[in-house]
Design a protein around this ligand. Structure first.
Ligand SMILES: [Zn+2]
Length: 167
């Protein structure tokens, strides 16, 4: 499979991973990954702490072993926001971790490396959540509804309720 990834083997330890994300943007393969509306709804429903814990589980089980099972094919293309983040950030398999992040293959990931990968995944997910279309998240039931909204709901021309992902 053609791999056009351009990848100086230097892990990005900046808190924001700006340099890493700029590099990933140069890859047509990496930059096509996005969280779907359903992925974003899942992140909102579960909360960031739970998603991070899923990410840590996936990293520990699927990436951290010295010889991960099905290495190169262990990360589904969709089905969980963390899987999408893994492909977007080249944290999908040990070959990509080596090429993009300078983490050697054939050696079990240590705690700092596992934390680094989880940090990268969560930073990418946070960016995706920030880039969500305005108003996508349903307003909290506790938030006072502005009078304008209350009137709009009664309008006979308002045909959008029930389609929360339409944007
Ligand atoms: Zn990979």
């Amino acid at each position: 499979m053609a791999d056009l990834d351009y990848s100086p083997p230097v892990a990005d330890f900046s808190p924001s991973f700006d340099a890493l994300f700029a590099r990933l943007e140069t890859s047509p393969f990496r930059r096509r990954f996005r969280l779907s509306p359903a992925d974003r709804a899942y992140v909102r429903e579960k909360g960031v702490d739970a998603i991070r814990s899923h990410a840590e589980d996936f990293v520990r089980g699927r990436l951290a072993p010295a010889a991960p099972r099905n290495d190169g094919k262990q990360t589904p293309m969709r089905g969980h926001p963390v899987f999408v983040a893994q492909h977007a950030t080249a944290c999908c398999c040990r070959g990509c971790l080596r090429k993009w992040h300078g983490i050697p293959e054939g050696v079990e990931l240590d705690a700092a490396q596992r934390r680094y990968v989880a940090d990268v995944l969560m930073a990418w997910i946070a960016r995706q959540m920030e880039a969500a279309p305005p108003g996508e998240a349903a307003p909290s039931p506790a938030a006072p509804a502005p009078a304008r909204r209350a009137r709009a709901r009664k309008s006979p021309g308002d045909a959008t309720p029930g389609l929360p992902f339409l944007s």
